[in-house]
Design a protein around this ligand. Structure first.
Ligand code: ADP
Length: 259
């Protein structure tokens, strides 16, 4: 049932993606066709103007395809066999992002005191961190604090966080004290091409990408946001090699060997 829900969510994402692309491309092609149709009958000056419009529309089409290719590249086809430590990705992101964020933003990282191996790769973890932290920065135009934290959590059977099976999870939270978001925005957050940012600033593919990566790693992402107060994104990913339990026997990994 878990697999089917994930597949359905993925198909929905892809459907929305295809719809968004078709719509944008249609608009660009309409501009190109319109201008091309009139060029032959137009005086030189007007024709040059229409040619420039055609070039412009074609360029925007090109931008759109490059963004799409980027998105497709990060669309995980299958769960990688290897695992990677969430904490080391956070440490790396701290170095990388600290310098990029700008003077009025403070990045605070608190990591769990042991390894948190999760079933994805470093590139994808970086994608998750980068997108969540950049969004947090964009939500605080006047500056503020971004808290990035990792932890080990244990979900009991029948836990409130559906549809995750019971077991140990690596938790990543990214919290900002920025503008927050309305219920309407929260509902559409993970849709490909949904953005409230200026066209040059946002593609609307960031959280759709994050969502795809988290699903492929058999995890979940949730958001808690209050307008004017701030936002917390919470990612849970099953840990690959769970910590040794009190009796010295490893506890079973979540999501495997059941159902
Ligand atoms: P983009 O960043 O290109 O707009 P995303 O998919 O990353 O695309 O985000 C979609 C939208 O979700 C953003 O345009 C913004 O409205 C909202 N959003 C994401 N993160 C936050 C945040 N931390 N605080 C407030 N709004 C956010």
């Amino acid at each position: 049932a878990n697999d089917r829900a994930a597949r359905t969510a993925r198909l929905e994402s892809l459907g929305q993606l295809a719809g968004g692309v078709a719509h944008d491309f249609n608009n660009l092609l309409a501009i190109i066709l319109n201008c091309a149709e009139f060029i032959a009958d137009e005086p030189g000056e007007q024709a040059a103007e229409d040619l420039a419009r055609i070039r412009d529309a074609a360029r925007r089409g090109q931008d759109l395809t490059s963004q799409l290719l980027l998105f497709a590249k990060h669309e995980p086809a299958q769960v990688p066999a290897d695992s990677v430590d969430l904490n080391s990705a956070v440490a790396g992101a701290n170095d990388l992002l600290g310098r990029t964020l700008g003077g009025n933003i403070t990045l605070r990282c608190t990591t769990y005191g042991g390894p948190l191996p999760v079933r994805t790769d470093r590139g994808r973890l970086d994608q998750i961190l980068l997108n969540l932290v950049i969004n947090a920065r964009d939500a605080m135009p006047d500056g503020g604090v971004i808290d990035v934290a990792t932890d080990l959590v244990e979900l009991a059977t029948g836990s409130a966080i559906m549809p995750l099976p019971a077991g140990h999870y690596a938790e990543l939270t990214v919290t900002d004290n920025g503008v927050g978001m309305s219920a309407e925005v929260r509902d559409r957050l993970f849709e490909p091409f949904f953005t409230t940012k200026a066209p040059q600033k946002g593609t609307g593919l960031g959280l759709a990408t994050v969502y795809g990566i988290v699903l492929a790693a058999e995890g979940t992402i949730t958001v808690d946001s209050t307008p004017g107060v701030g936002t917390t994104f919470r990612v849970l990913l099953p840990v690959v090699a769970p910590p040794v339990a009190d009796g010295g026997r490893p506890t079973p990994a979540p999501g495997h060997g059941h159902g």
